[in-house]
Design a protein around this ligand. Structure first.
Ligand code: ADP
Ligand code: MG
Length: 358
């Protein structure tokens, strides 16, 4: 019997930068997906999710996405792309255990994929590098599961390092890690309100970004500096300007953020997180009153360094960087005040910045 583990992740800076070929900072968290399994010695694949109390069987000879057991597609998809890459894999069993909430924006899907890849490596004696694993797992999610995600989730799960931020350049597909000073922790707070909008906003924002880049004569917003954007402001429709200002600002904040971390200036890093949220609220309009309330309440609590919405927005969660010795007090007060102000029940997860898959 072999085991593998891969963590979830949270985006720290670089909101909606991925499809604009930009840069992003994330961190792996101390929650994830554990698999245990062995070779079946045949073409048989036996999968079991303890989380969902569900089992599924398949054959390596006829892998196809399954509608009734969608969860199994994340594992079968990884097996499928490994086979298509010509890697010597075969039938296996796997039991899933997880302490990551599903569909909460902490990327349980990528953790499940990367954990599957790690298990296959062990069972079949492979030694792929982490970037190759991340790319194969993204391909599994894109092509087999049918979700059009970028590379961030899989890279974060594969490259996570305790106490370090992970930098991903989405155009060049390069990855680096940079340490945080000791004594900080993350608080991920789900706002407890279902996404109110239809879901079309995400695509609408994408198109608005592509349109703004075209108006600026750039291949992607990645190629625009804030100085160029300000110089072009008068000729841009206000909406294009605001959308571009968010993405251009986020790319610049990611690069500044790394510099601040290199200099050990975690307060300045936190200030960038607040600035990122303000830009989401004003420029990109992907915040909600609930996410704004969480950030505003956090801002006034002792020990909080920075706070912002994380992920797509329009609901979901905020991420707060805070001093470890005040973390429990902040989490309690934040949830209580948020309930007082909005009537909603938030779910707070205190997380360490943790190691990636192993
Ligand atoms: P997120 O990645 O933000 O958690 P997704 O919708 O991308 O949300 O992925 C969630 C899906 O991943 C679940 O619906 C399920 O199919 C699969 N999944 C994640 N964790 C598990 C688990 N422990 N057991 C079975 N399936 C899981
Ligand atoms: Mg996911």
């Amino acid at each position: 019997m072999q085991t593998s583990y891969a963590p979830g992740r949270v985006e720290l800076l670089g909101n909606h930068t991925d499809y604009n070929e930009g840069v992003v900072l994330s961190a792996a968290i101390d929650r994830g997906v554990t698999l245990s399994g062995e070779r079946t010695g045949s073409s048989r694949v036996t999968l079991c999710s303890t989380t969902l109390e569900s089992t599924f069987e398949a054959s390596t000879a006829s892998l196809a996405p399954n509608k009734e057991h969608e969860w199994a597609n994340y594992l079968l998809g990884v097996l499928d792309v490994f086979q298509k890459a010509g890697l010597p894999v075969g039938g296996f069993s796997a039991e899933i255990k997880s302490d990551l909430p599903l569909g909460a924006g902490l990327s349980s899907s990528a953790a499940l994929e990367v954990s599957t890849a790690m298990l296959l490596q062990k069972l079949f004696g492979l030694s792929l590098d982490r970037l190759t694993i991340a790319k194969l797992c993204r391909r599994a999610e894109n092509e087999f599961v049918g979700v059009n995600c970028g590379l961030l989730d899989q890279v974060s799960s594969a490259f996570g390092k305790a106490g370090h931020a992970i930098f991903l350049d989405c155009r060049n597909e390069t990855v680096e890690t940079t340490p945080f000073p000791d004594g900080v922790e993350l608080l991920i707070t789900q706002c407890g309100v279902p996404h109110r909008l239809s879901g079309g906003e995400y695509n609408e924002r994408r198109l608005q970004c592509f349109d703004a880049a075209a108006r600026l004569g750039a291949k992607a917003l990645r190629d625009v500096t804030s100085a160029q954007l300000e110089a072009a402001k008068a000729m841009l429709p206000t909406l294009s300007y605001k959308r571009a200002a968010h993405v251009v600002g986020e790319n610049e904040r990611v690069l500044q953020g790394i510099e601040f971390l290199r200099n050990g200036n975690v307060r300045a890093f936190g200030a960038l997180m607040f600035a990122s949220h303000e830009s989401s609220r004003h420029n990109f309009e992907n915040s909600t009153p609930e996410l704004d309330a969480l950030v505003e309440i956090a801002r006034d609590l002792p020990g909080v360094l920075g706070s912002r919405l994380t992920g797509g927005g329009f609901g979901g969660a905020t991420v707060t960087l805070l001093e470890r010795d005040k973390a429990h007090a902040v989490a309690e007060t934040l949830v209580a005040k948020y309930r007082e102000q909005t009537g909603h029940v938030a779910h707070a997860h205190l997380c360490e910045i943790a190691d990636g898959a192993h």
